[in-house]
Ligand binder design. Structure first.
Ligand SMILES: [Zn+2]
Length: 89
């Protein structure tokens, strides 16, 4: 059997076969870092979109913002139907 490596610190993971991290500290550290990276990527994308909107003429920008508002409403409605993922047998 291949030894699994902790994705946070690289040490061997000992224990259950579905265990991914060597310790709770590593699991928390890794997931926080992942979340931070995702958040900063989202922020960068939003900043880029805002920059693009500022370069548009006013009519186009207004239309785009209206469209984005409508899309976000649809996503909100969709998320109310989303169920937590069930475990596969
Ligand atoms: Zn670790």
């Amino acid at each position: 059997m291949k030894a699994r490596k902790c994705p946070a610190c690289g040490k061997d993971v000992i224990g259950r076969t579905d265990k991914r991290f060597c310790s709770d500290e590593c699991r928390i550290f890794y997931n926080n870092a992942l979340r931070k990276r995702k958040r900063s990527r989202n922020r960068k994308q939003i900043r880029a979109i805002i920059g693009n909107i500022r370069e548009m003429d006013e009519a186009d920008a207004k239309n785009l913002l209206r469209l984005l508002e409508r899309i976000s409403k649809v996503f909100k409605i969709m998320s109310t139907f989303a169920k937590p993922r069930e475990k596969r047998q």
